[in-house]
Write a protein that binds this ligand. Structure first.
Ligand SMILES: Nc1ncnc2c1ncn2[C@@H]1O[C@H](COP(=O)(O)OP(=O)(O)OP(=O)(O)O)[C@@H](O)[C@H]1O
Ligand SMILES: [Mg+2]
Length: 242
């Protein structure tokens, strides 16, 4: 089967530092692949490479067989992104409605802000509010609405619940899980939180210092990790909430 998103020997350098070292990874249509690894292992760098935000020094990222080059063109509409921190990722000067509408403005297509708000569990009457008037969970819902506004094929989530209160994390996780199914999205789900990963993802890939050390179906990797690094990650997992 041809992968929807394909990282082919991707390397990224920051100056002399090699942040990603020949990472090859396929994400099949409709699956949710979790990317785990300790802080600094290169997870966000990989997400940025997929979005065309990060120049890569070797290899290629392909979406439906087409190399990703920069953020312009049709590809930007095909990949939605939800970042960790909804405080930082939403422009404080814009209303909620304007924020959700923005991808449509850039792509010159009509976006149904009201329907999107309903889809992510936000009361549409909040559209004229500003981000600081919303709770952390509501803000992350705004970020999710914006990410799916153009009906992307792929949704990348980079620690989407990490900045939220514990009580809100499960709500956002459930919302994402429902959206993946309803919108038939393909997902790259980045997280430290292995309990979350187990709940939402089909497969998991383990990154260590910019290299992929192990990947496979969730259950297999969690129950029978082949690499000592994966075993350490699993044994240091602080909690299994779900
Ligand atoms: N713009 C940059 N310039 C220089 N080094 C960077 C830059 N961005 C990231 N790095 C370095 O590259 C490595 C990978 O960073 P990255 O943000 O991808 O890690 P991460 O796995 O997302 O970590 P975290 O779990 O803390 O979010 C780190 O060592 C980081 O310090
Ligand atoms: Mg990161």
């Amino acid at each position: 089967m041809k992968p929807l998103l394909n990282f082919d020997q991707v390397s990224v350098r920051y100056g002399s530092f090699l942040a990603l070292d020949g990472v090859s990874l396929d994400i099949q249509e409709g699956e949710c692949l979790a990317l785990v690894g300790e802080s600094g292992s290169g997870k966000t760098t990989l997400a940025r490479a997929a979005l065309g935000l990060q120049p890569i020094s070797a290899g290629e990222v392909r979406l439906m067989g087409q190399a990703i080059q920069g953020t312009r063109g049709g590809q930007a509409a095909e990949i939605g992104i939800v970042w960790q921190d909804p405080y930082a990722s939403l422009d404080p000067r814009w209303t909620i409605g304007r924020i959700i509408e923005e991808p449509g403005v850039l792509a010159k297509v009509e976006v149904d802000v009201r329907a999107l708000m309903e889809e992510v569990g936000l009361d549409p009457s909040l559209h004229s509010r500003f981000p600081h008037q919303l709770s952390g969970g509501q803000r992350q819902r705004v970020a999710i609405a914006r990410a799916i506004a153009l009906k992307p094929k792929v949704l990348i989530c980079d620690e989407p619940t990490a900045a939220l209160d514990l009580s809100v994390q499960a709500q956002i996780l459930n919302l994402l899980k429902d959206l993946l199914r309803m919108e038939q999205l393909t997902c790259l789900y980045i997280s430290h939180d292995l309990a979350t990963v187990r709940y939402i993802a089909d497969r998991v890939a383990v990154l260590k210092s910019g290299r992929l050390v192990e990947s496979g179906p969730i259950q297999k990797v969690f129950e029978d990790p082949q690499e000592s690094y994966t075993r350490e990650l699993l044994s240091s997992a602080p909690r299994l909430l779900i």
